[in-house]
Ligand binder design. Structure first.
Ligand SMILES: *[C@@H]1O[C@H](CO)[C@@H](O)[C@H](O)[C@H]1NC(C)=O
Ligand SMILES: *[C@@H]1O[C@H](CO)[C@@H](O)[C@H](O)[C@H]1NC(C)=O
Ligand SMILES: *[C@@H]1O[C@H](CO)[C@@H](O)[C@H](O)[C@H]1NC(C)=O
Length: 360
């Protein structure tokens, strides 16, 4: 039975995107440990259902996991077992989620609705799901995020929909939220309410890639460790929107139209380890790298940087606590590598970490 579980988990991870699942095994194992699955439980006298265990027609039910993917369903099956912990409805033709669709599923931890045709979710549809931790709605036709999502929610994926607005109210009280994926939606910066994500005290990962936003969202929570905003229309990195992000370790801003990084941006993210700014319009190396203690990866290739100063990357003295760089790229910029003084990279101990041209 472990083999079945692992198969399901792998199937799930394959479309989960770049974020590495961490907690999924834990919660499945927790489920396993929390009680004996329905199959192994010996029914007591008089408890036998006359119709046998419920499993919707053509779905597969095993260990409280209900698998109804790829069945051409146009609505949520009505006879779902009430003790279901994982419900997989991906790759169907469901168009709408109604208020009563999940009304008995108080043990549900994960709901997978990826790749359907959902354009409408009734406001109370998720209210009965008091234990829901993962809600996967990617590849649908939603124009808005669902209202009244369960307070227990930890992970929300709404990649590839038609969302134009992100309102603060939809995240109200979602204090357990850790991961939000909103990429590939027709979002503009004006569509994201200021401070929309601010109230979520455990939020660690946000990805809003492949949209039309033109600036970094304002009012991000200090708990954030990863912010992925690649392939948008962002024109500059403003220090103010990064203020207070003391835990930020990875910042992805590649494939935007960024021509400047405001002074103070790096000082506002003191624990940053990776900064991806490749494929932008930068004219110079961002300020503050030399003083930054932890930054190790700085991608600046495919920009418009025409000069690199001897103090752009490394502090003036040798005796500092700066972490060594493990990846710096500067190729495909107008600066010629022979114009860069060798001392520029004096704080880099692994020479192969620096990629200047076709030549390292
Ligand atoms: C961004 O805007 C352009 C022009 O309005 C549009 O064609 C494109 O589909 C938009 N991109 C996304 C991801 O919505
Ligand atoms: C940013 O900092 C650099 C170096 O400290 C300085 O030369 C430059 O004038 C500053 N730019 C602005 C806009 O303050
Ligand atoms: C690169 O920067 C120069 C100014 O230094 C500017 O004239 C040119 O248009 C820029 N090129 C691109 C592709 O942005």
């Amino acid at each position: 039975m472990k083999a079945t579980l692992i198969f399901l988990l792998l199937a799930q991870v394959s479309w989960a995107g770049p974020f590495q699942q961490r907690g999924l095994f834990d919660f499945m194992l927790e489920d396993e440990a929390s009680g004996i699955g329905p199959e192994e439980r010996v029914p007591e006298f008089g408890e036998m259902e006359p119709l046998g265990p419920v499993c919707p027609f053509r779905c597969q039910c095993h260990l409280r996991v209900v698998q109804c993917s790829d069945l051409g369903l146009d609505k949520v099956p009505s006879d779902l077992p009430p003790d279901t912990t994982l419900l997989d409805l991906q790759n169907n033709k469901i168009t709408e989620i109604k208020n009563d669709d999940f009304k008995n599923l108080k043990d549900l931890h994960a709901l997978i609705l990826v790749n359907n045709k959902i354009s409408k979710i009734s406001p109370g549809a998720f209210t009965p799901l008091v234990k829901l931790e993962r809600l996967y709605l990617s590849k649908n036709q939603l124009k808005e995020l669902p209202e009244k999502m369960p307070k227990s929610l930890q992970e929300l994926r709404v990649h590839e929909n038609e969302i134009t607005k992100v309102r603060k109210a939809v995240f109200n009280g979602l204090n357990e939220m850790i991961v939000i994926e909103l990429g590939t939606n027709p979002l503009k910066s004006s569509g994201i309410e200021n401070g929309a994500f601010q109230g979520m005290k455990k939020l660690s990962y946000i990805r809003i890639a492949d949209t039309n936003i033109t600036s970094i969202p304002q009012g991000l929570p200090p708990s954030l460790t990863e912010l992925h905003l690649d392939n948008n229309k962002i024109t500059k990195v403003d220090a103010a929107s990064l203020k207070g992000l003391n835990n930020l370790a990875k910042l992805g801003l590649s494939f935007n139209s960024i021509s400047s990084v405001e002074n103070g941006s790096l000082a506002n993210t003191p624990h940053l380890r990776e900064l991806h700014l490749n494929n932008n319009k930068l004219l110079r190396v961002p300020g503050g790298l030399a003083e930054h203690k932890y930054i190790q990866v700085v991608y600046l290739h495919n920009n418009n940087i025409s000069a690199v100063g001897a103090n752009d990357f490394c502090p003036p003295g040798y005796n500092t606590k700066k972490a060594s760089y493990s990846g710096v790229s500067l190729f495909s910029n107008p600066v010629q590598y022979w114009e860069i003084q060798p001392s520029t990279f004096r704080c880099v101990y692994v020479r192969s970490a620096i990629q200047l041209g076709n030549f390292k």
